[in-house]
Unconditional design. Structure first.
Length: 313
């Protein structure tokens, strides 16, 4: 979902471009051009690293000063209901869609000091036991040990988690359930560039310190995989072959220098591929140092973050 800052940056860019061609266009939103934006405002809010609740809410596009110039067009037909094979399934999806719309429109729950307590229907909840992780794994991946080699088993399901820490814990938990031999791949980390203004000397940054760094979009120093485990690409390797950031795979071979896999999502389902190690540099602007990690651009995908899942559909 586009945030307020990107929205206003587009407005300034178009005003500058059109002002050289059309008089008085600098005073018009987007330089007088018609802009069409598509999206669902009931999805998650924009990601503001370490931002407060107020900062995240105020970064949404409808908090922009330009929002008053926009006209909202709503879709009236739910195409998901047309794809269901049975009437019962269509009714279930329709009831869930209505509940989600009512939730987004603020029609559910009673407000109390700015907050609202919303009761989730029992049919949308997973019965709880003493182990929440086991509960959600058993629900999403029933009979997982019997279907470990079935690529179609993983292509249409995943556990969605808000944070990377919980994603890692669930992925490692599910991986430990399989009796197959585990293969560990360690990365090679090195300093790429040190910002002199930060006051950090390269001699102070040890290899162990670099190995412990975890950030979004970068594989971990220690990658644990097993044959039959689902994995996700974290970089674009070959777009024409369907190897894009977010593509899901099933690991078939764990070799010393390459990982063999089969594509299970996208337009190249069933294609056999080999993933090499790559030199990866984190793009997080908040990091004071630049370093390079040579590692396979893969992560386990039994569970994934909600942001990552938006690129799967």
């Amino acid at each position: 979902m586009i945030n307020k800052y990107a929205f206003e940056a587009l407005d300034r860019t178009l005003r500058d471009i059109m002002s050289a061609k059309v008089p008085n266009s600098m005073n018009k939103p987007f330089g007088g051009k018609t802009i069409v934006l598509g999206g669902d405002f009931r999805q998650i809010l924009p990601v503001i690293p370490k931002g407060s609740r107020a900062e995240i809410v105020m970064s949404t596009i409808n908090s922009s000063r330009l929002w008053s110039c926009c006209k909202v067009l709503t879709l009236s037909e739910n195409t998901r209901l047309l794809c269901n094979s049975s009437e019962l399934e269509a009714n279930e999806v329709g009831m869930f869609a209505k509940w989600v719309l009512d939730l987004g429109d603020g029609k559910l729950g009673e407000y109390n000091d700015g907050d609202s307590d919303i009761a989730i229907p029992d049919e949308l909840l997973i019965p709880r036991s003493n182990s929440p992780i086991n509960d959600i794994v058993d629900y999403v991946y029933p009979d997982i040990l019997q279907d470990v080699t079935n690529a179609e088993y993983y292509s249409n399901k995943a556990i969605l988690i808000p944070t990377l820490e919980v994603v890692d814990s669930i992925n490692q938990h599910v991986l430990s359930m399989f009796p197959r031999e585990e293969r560990t791949y360690l990365s090679s980390d090195s300093i790429w560039k040190v910002d002199e203004q930060v006051g950090i000397l390269a001699d102070w940054i040890t290899t162990e310190f670099l190995n412990d760094i975890k950030c979004s979009g970068l594989p971990d120093h220690k990658l644990l995989v097993k044959v039959g485990a689902p994995a996700m690409l974290m970089r674009n390797l070959d777009i024409s072959a369907g190897l894009c950031n977010g593509t899901r795979l099933i690991v078939k071979h764990v070799c010393p220098n390459v990982i063999g896999a089969i594509v299970i999502t996208g337009t190249h389902i069933g294609t056999k591929v080999f993933i090499p190690r790559m030199n990866l540099i984190p793009t997080d602007p908040t990091m004071p140092i630049k370093f390079m990690r040579r590692q396979f651009p893969l992560c386990l995908s039994y569970a994934m973050t909600i942001n990552k899942s938006q690129g799967q559909s």
